[in-house]
Design a protein around this ligand. Structure first.
Ligand code: 57M
Length: 358
């Protein structure tokens, strides 16, 4: 919005010329997002407490979690606010990619909100049934995938890191593949959100990594130099990702151990979908699995645990997802969290290194 309101003034005052630069607007969105979290956070948490939107902690989890009973949850609504407002304020609202990313994120957040509302307010521990949740996720991701397919300006290819000339043209199969990526990423972040700040940390490193990848993909000269696919209009996603990373950073202020608030499904489903849809738009789906490696490991640990238990009756881990395994091995919660963050930072660096290694 500011682009339309203030950029025209550059004719009179050249300083307003900065509003046409994506980098400037990305910083503006990020600063606005953190400020929103810091300013609204305390009152928002008090509101959640007043309305008794406290987490119901399952008794079959690690005993250390029982003390978390009643921690305010659905804090993800604050994250969404701190993503949507800065993006609308600083983004180029004529950019289709921006709208597809924003709307996918918001609608996944709505699915999470309904699930949280039923669990927390209606005290229905099941929330939305897994089937209903999955159907709604597929519908939202399907709408995004269809929009990306019909509005595409480049072939619907799957790009492989390190191999600059290797690309698999998915054709119409781009749509189910894109749905798989977005729904998979959303549920992977959801599974990971089981310790204080555990999901937020890797989301910050991954969204910051994709901020760089989006800017490069959207820049004709840089994408040519790096020999990565040029995706016209992808650069604007940097503004959105600046807001995502900053919103998570601001939320982490309150979600860090010992957490004052949990993000709830409204946050975890939305953040995962945001990372998934951006990876599809910028043709970096495989790099999402690298930068978001913690989310992949968490999901694979659950799949391994369930398969092993079904086939042999034995568990691979003391408890899945794998963060609980380390807790039950005696690692203090902060130790598990920070070590997972360290791995995420290393994976982000590996992801960025692929820009040069090809
Ligand atoms: C998402 N939700 C947390 C909080 C957060 C199939 C199975 C693997 C599913 C999985 C599951 O239920 N996943 C749901 C994880 C929950 O966090 C809430 O959920 C939101 C995210 N969706 O925002 O509102 C608990 O996590 C803890 N927490 C924190 N700090 C945070 O910042 O401490 C969350 C955020 C909160 C709080 O205790 O209550 C969760 O863990 O449920 N199931 C599991 O993850 C369970 N694993 C399991 O059953 N493993 C089995 C089989 C199925 C693989 C096995 O190992 O044999 C574990 N989780 C729980 N109890 N709660 C273990 C049992």
């Amino acid at each position: 919005m500011l682009l339309y309101l203030l950029y025209p003034l550059h004719a009179e005052y050249s300083a307003f010329n900065v509003f046409k630069y994506i980098t400037f607007r990305t910083f503006g969105a990020a600063i606005t997002s953190v400020l929103l979290c810091m300013l609204i956070g305390p009152a928002f948490i008090r509101m959640l407490q007043r309305r008794q939107m406290g987490q119901v902690v399952r008794t079959d989890g690690p005993q250390s979690h029982l003390a978390k009973q009643g921690t305010p949850t659905m804090g993800g609504a604050l994250i969404l606010l701190a993503i949507v407002v800065p993006t609308l304020l600083w983004g180029d609202l004529s950019n289709k990619n921006l709208w597809i990313a924003l709307l996918t994120t918001v609608f996944f957040g709505v699915i999470g909100y309904v699930d949280d509302y039923r669990k927390v307010i209606k005290k229905n521990s099941k929330g939305l049934s897994a089937r209903h949740k999955m159907v709604l996720q597929i519908l939202v991701a399907g709408a995004a995938a269809y929009a990306l397919y019909i509005f595409r300006e480049t072939p619907p290819v799957l790009k492989f890191p390190f191999f600059k000339d290797l690309a698999l043209n998915l054709g119409v199969f781009f749509i189910p593949f894109a749905i798989f990526v977005v729904v998979g990423a959303s549920n992977a972040v959801n599974l990971t959100d089981g310790l204080d700040g555990l999901a937020v940390g890797p989301t910050i490193t991954t969204s910051a990594t994709f901020l760089v990848l989006s800017y490069c993909a959207g820049h004709a000269v840089i994408s040519e130099y790096l020999q990565i696919p040029h995706v016209p209009g992808a650069g604007e996603l940097s503004v959105f990702l600046g807001a995502v990373a900053a919103a998570c950073l601001g939320f982490l202020w309150f979600n860090t151990y010992p957490a004052q608030v949990f993000m709830g499904d409204v946050g975890s489903l939305a953040l995962g979908a945001a990372l998934g849809v951006v990876s599809v738009i910028t043709k970096n789906e495989i790099l999402l699995a690298v930068a978001g490696g913690i989310f992949v490991i968490e999901t694979l640990s659950v799949m391994a645990q369930v398969m092993s238990f079904k086939m042999t009756g034995k568990r691979v881990f003391k408890m899945a997802p794998i963060h609980h395994h380390f807790e039950l091995k005696g690692w203090a919660e902060p130790k598990v969290i920070v070590r997972f963050w360290i791995i995420s930072i290393l994976l982000a660096l590996v992801t960025l290194s692929t820009l040069k290694l090809r």
